[in-house]
Design a protein around this ligand. Structure first.
Ligand code: SF4
Ligand code: SF4
Length: 333
């Protein structure tokens, strides 16, 4: 092989190495990488009871923490319902929702919520997602406010009637929904609290039966399945539907149904945190990269450029990442 040829091969190898180094650097420096690290770390931190860390009296505007004994912090909406059930003014839960929203808007949805994180992971299952027209989207986002209104109505009216000494029959009529109506069927609670409990029970039962005849083990699994309560079946169906939805519609639950998301969305407009789109840098005609990458369909290009704090924005900063002219930046305050 001639010297010239060897040099040519060496140069092309050098170029390939430089390209892959640049690619790795680009991925590592992406905000999305940082967000994933934060989401995984917080997921571990919320479950740090497993590592001997005790529960803390902290409430956050996220879901999936109530009813799970191994959580270090609590979810504000769950606590709000429990406080109303105890006929206590839910000032701590409200304070946590308001303070978080004023300073960071819906950033907890984008960076901290365990159920939001699971939905983000589910979006990787499919490359192409369902197209939702802006009109359908605008109609469907309202559903989560209806869910929130129903929860507040049920818990609020129960608290008032109990405080007036006339709520016992109302409480009995509500049955399992009296204590925390949302959490009784919340897909996040089913995923993080109910399913792990069933798995532990089943494992324990099977471990006890192991060594016995196979028919006994099958009979035990069969009786566990037939003994599933109707409420549990409903819970599993709802959870299955929401997980399926997240595969086809990024953050489908957050966009359309989550009552905590609705609460935070109502307050997001008043948040110190927002985004700014520099009109001088944002010049590429026809470029809609930021709009296309947004998981919650925020109409970024139709919003004021100085600062926008749209109810649906969860501050994932994907739009900041994707913009090739670096036109979008977080703004605080
Ligand atoms: S909208 Fe609900 S589920 Fe989604 S991230 Fe926010 S609190 Fe979590
Ligand atoms: S507007 Fe940007 S930061 Fe907000 S949700 Fe959409 S992509 Fe994320």
């Amino acid at each position: 092989m001639g010297e010239e040829k060897i040099e040519k091969i060496a140069r092309s190898e050098e170029r390939a190495n430089a390209d892959s180094a640049a690619r790795i650097k680009k991925v590592v420096l992406r905000i999305e990488t940082l967000r994933k690290i934060v989401q995984v770390s917080l997921f571990a931190l919320f479950n740090a009871v497993v590592f001997g860390v005790g529960s803390r009296p902290i409430l956050l505007p996220i879901i999936g923490l109530l009813g799970t004994p191994s959580k270090t912090v609590g979810d504000a909406l769950g606590a709000l319902q429990l406080m109303l059930f105890e006929v206590t003014f839910p000032w701590l839960a409200l304070a946590s929702i308001f303070v978080a929203a004023v300073f960071l808007g819906r950033a907890f949805c984008g960076w901290a919520c365990p159920f939001g994180f699971i939905q983000d992971l589910l979006t990787y299952v499919k490359k192409r997602h369902m197209e939702i027209t802006p009109r359908t989207h605008r109609t469907m986002v309202k559903a989560k406010y209806v869910v929130l209104a129903v929860i507040l109505f049920v818990s609020g009216t129960l608290a008032v009637s109990l405080a007036a000494g006339a709520g016992e029959s109302y409480k009995r009529a509500l049955g399992v929904f009296a204590q925390a109506p949302f959490n009784t069927i919340s897909p996040a609670d089913t995923l993080f609290a109910v399913i792990p409990r069933i798995a532990i029970d089943l494992r324990f039962g099977i471990a006890q039966l192991l060594g016995g005849p196979a028919e006994e083990i099958y009979a035990s699994i069969g009786s566990t399945i037939t003994s599933l309560q109707p409420l549990l079946l409903v819970r599993l169906l709802i959870m299955g539907f929401i997980i399926g939805l997240a595969v086809y519609v990024p953050r489908g639950w957050c966009r359309y149904l989550c009552p905590q998301g609705a609460f935070s969305a109502l307050l997001n407009r008043f948040s110190f945190l927002g985004l700014r789109r520099d009109p001088v840098r944002c010049t590429r005609a026809g470029c809609r990269d930021c709009v296309q990458v947004c998981p919650t369909l925020v109409p970024i290009l139709e919003l004021p450029w100085e600062k926008f704090t749209h109810p649906e924005c969860i501050y994932c900063l994907k739009c900041v990442d994707v913009c090739s002219t670096k036109a979008i930046k977080p703004k605080f305050p």
